[in-house]
Each structure stands twice: as structure tokens, then as C-alpha cells.
Design a protein around this ligand. Structure first.
Ligand SMILES: [Zn+2]
Ligand SMILES: [Zn+2]
Ligand SMILES: [Zn+2]
Length: 358
């Protein structure tokens, strides 16, 4: 995120001794004359107008004010002698800077009534235009500080439902996991071996122009978001967050926003030749000597992935069980008529087989 300064605005502070609202640049209370204490923060004005006074802007940029170690008076950064007591400012402590005080209040705020005479005054006024009383900000509302509502406890019905669901899952799993031993005799075998045939086929793809292989014919393009970066670039759209005000420690706030650039680039359709399966050749048989098909390849063709599957059909007192394996080594042991012990699950599937003891 790149930070951008939109400008500078006057902040305010409230005198802790008399309650008067003061412009941020005032180092002493305009009502009672007390210097602003170190621990009294600058606040956001009701409406923030960008300052045009170059001198004030330079002050805001110069760094946070420093407090005189003898009388507490605020002095500008770089001052060596206190403007109030002429004290040495070598050991003066700087105010904190960088605190985000809130969203930039650009819009006009409603007028406020003077608490003493009722006269309406602009929200940005410090004193009543009629009676000159200090226009204090109303205390924050208490409504926000309510305790959160108590959390609802889980109902008994929900607990029963969860327990029942867990039970059902265990029951379903047991159907698959529990097996019975069954004696079976090999009645038939079948093997299938197949090889895919691949060919170079034109395929439609799309990608950003800079990712398309060189020498490829490019079709239709449209602008798409390519990436986001901090610096400006051609074909980019500037996207900024909500501006906010930062305390500079000088009584003047810096209004900043964080911006990024969404860079757009040509996203294009193109055609490229890729190896794709176009056919499958298979061999199958009912003996224990499987072999691979040997297809004749055409121009621009090649052999693709191979697949093999072996099926053994057992007879057990008239009951038929089918066992499937991908292992040719295992398959060649299933002589027709040989005896095996089958582990059969509750759904009739053969989970594993082992030779019966002679
Ligand atoms: Zn005061
Ligand atoms: Zn001083
Ligand atoms: Zn008034």
C-alpha cells in the first residue's frame, strides 16, 4: 500500500481545567490560559477543512511539538528555548505522533446549540457567536456500553441428534469393515489391458499475452486484472481506501489515504497443439496369460497411459463372488478350480483373498 497525503487539517484539544475547546495550534487555553498538558490528546474537528496556509503545513511536516520540562508549555519542534519560561529545551519530550484519530470528516457537520444561550453555531466554532461561551462537545453516549446478551445453551434435542448421528456413522462403517470368511473355488477369470492413443490436437486456451508461448497464433483479447501494485503504471486503475486523519503531534492532522494500482493486461484466447487421448485399444481374455495390445500408431500419434484390470469369479456353494485386482502377479495364481478363502464384507464385496490350506 502506498500512502498518499491529501492535505492537512486543524485539530482541537479540550482544556482539562475549564472544559473549553481550543484549536489544535493553540498552545494555551484561549479561555483560562493554561498550557495544554502532555497527556491531553488532540481530537478530530467536527468538520475537517484542508488548510491552505503554507506556514501551518510546514509546521505539521516539521515533526511533533515538544513540551518544556519546566513549565510544560508546548513548543514547536526544533525550538531551543521555551516561549513561555525561556527554559532550556534540550531535554524536552516530543509529543507522540502517528495515531490514527478517525475517518477524514470532509462533510459539513450539523450546527450545534450553545449550552448556555441556545444560539445555533457552526460545528467548527470554538465559542458561541452570541455569548462567547466555549462550545464543548457533548459527552459520548452511554448506549454503547451494554453487556453482551447471554449465550444460548445447546438444547437437549440437539445433543440427542448429534449422538444419534455419530451412532449411525459407526453402524454404517461397521457394515463395510466387518467381514466374514467364505470358501470359494475359482470359476472364471478375465483380464483387460488397454492403452490410450494420444495425438497432437489443437486446443483452445486463454492466458495473459505475456504468458502465451512465442510463435502462437493469438485470437481475441480483452483487458483483465493482471496484478496489483503500489506504483502507477500504464493501463492501471487507482484504487484508494477511505481517507483518515493522523495526529502529527503539532495540533494539525495529516489526512492520508492508502492507494494501489490495479494493472490491467490483455487476456487472450489462443490455439495450441497438445497431446490428447483420441482412442483406446484394448485386449482381454479368460486365461492367466494377459498381454498388451500393440496398436499401429498414425502420424503425430503416441502411446498414452496404460490400464489393466483383473477379475476373478469365485463359486461358493452356488453363490458367486467377484474379486478385482490391478496386480498381474496376484492374478496369475488364480488357477481355474483352485480353492481360496474370501473375506466378504456385509455388502457382498470381496475385500481380500488368501489360498485355502490344503
Ligand atoms: Zn482552560
Ligand atoms: Zn517553559
Ligand atoms: Zn451562547
Amino acid at each position: 500500500m502506498a500512502k498518499e497525503t491529501l492535505g492537512y487539517v486543524q485539530m482541537e484539544w479540550t482544556c482539562p481545567f475549564c472544559g473549553a475547546k481550543n484549536p489544535g495550534t493553540n498552545k494555551k487555553c484561549s479561555n483560562c490560559g493554561a498550557p495544554q498538558p502532555t497527556d491531553v490528546q488532540f481530537e478530530q474537528a467536527a468538520q475537517e477543512k484542508l488548510i491552505e496556509d503554507e506556514g501551518l503545513i510546514e509546521k505539521a511536516k516539521a515533526g511533533p511539538d515538544i513540551h518544556c520540562p519546566y513549565c510544560g508549555t508546548r513548543n514547536p519542534a526544533g525550538a531551543t528555548v521555551c516561549s513561555n519560561c525561556m527554559g532550556d529545551l534540550t531535554d524536552a519530550a516530543a509529543r507522540a505522533k502517528g495515531r490514527v484519530v478517525g475517518k477524514y470528516k470532509k462533510e459539513a457537520a450539523p450546527d450545534v446549540a450553545c449550552p448556555y444561550c441556545g444560539t445555533m453555531n457552526p460545528a467548527t466554532a470554538y465559542n458561541c457567536s452570541n455569548c462567547n461561551a466555549s462550545l464543548r462537545q457533548p459527552p459520548p453516549s452511554q448506549a454503547a456500553a451494554q453487556p453482551p446478551p447471554p449465550r444460548r445453551k445447546m438444547g437437549v434435542g440437539a445433543i440427542i441428534a448429534i449422538v444419534a448421528l455419530i451412532g449411525l456413522c459407526i453402524f454404517a462403517a461397521s457394515l463395510f469393515l466387518r467381514t466374514d470368511d467364505v470358501n470359494g473355488r475359482v470359476a472364471a477369470v478375465e483380464w483387460t489391458r488397454s492403452i490410450a492413443i494420444e495425438a497432437l490436437v489443437p486446443v483452445q486456451r486463454s492466458a495473459f499475452r505475456d504468458e502465451i508461448p512465442a510463435g502462437t497464433a493469438v485470437g481475441e483479447c480483452r483487458l483483465e486484472l493482471h496484478h496489483v501494485q503500489d506504483d502507477p503504471a500504464p493501463n492501471s486503475e487507482k484504487v484508494c481506501g477511505t481517507p483518515y486523519t493522523v495526529d502529527t503531534g503539532t495540533g494539525i492532522g495529516e489526512v492520508v489515504q492508502e492507494c494501489q494500482y490495479e494493472v490491467y493486461a490483455d487476456y487472450c484466447a489462443y490455439t495450441v497443439d497438445e497431446w490428447q487421448p483420441v482412442d483406446t485399444v484394448s485386449q482381454s481374455g479368460n486365461d492367466l496369460t494377459p498381454f498388451w495390445p500393440e496398436p499401429q500408431l498414425g502420424i503425430d500419434q503416441r502411446l498414452g497411459p496404460e490400464q489393466e484390470q483383473f477379475e476373478i469369479i469365485f463359486d461358493s456353494d452356488g453363490e458367486r463372488y467377484t474379486y478385482t485386482t490391478n496386480s498381474v502377479d496376484q492374478f496369475t495364481h488364480f488357477e481355474i478350480g483352485s480353492e481360496w478363502i474370501l473375506q466378504v464384507n456385509q455388502l457382498g464385496g470381496v475385500v481380500s483373498v488368501e489360498p485355502a490350506q490344503q
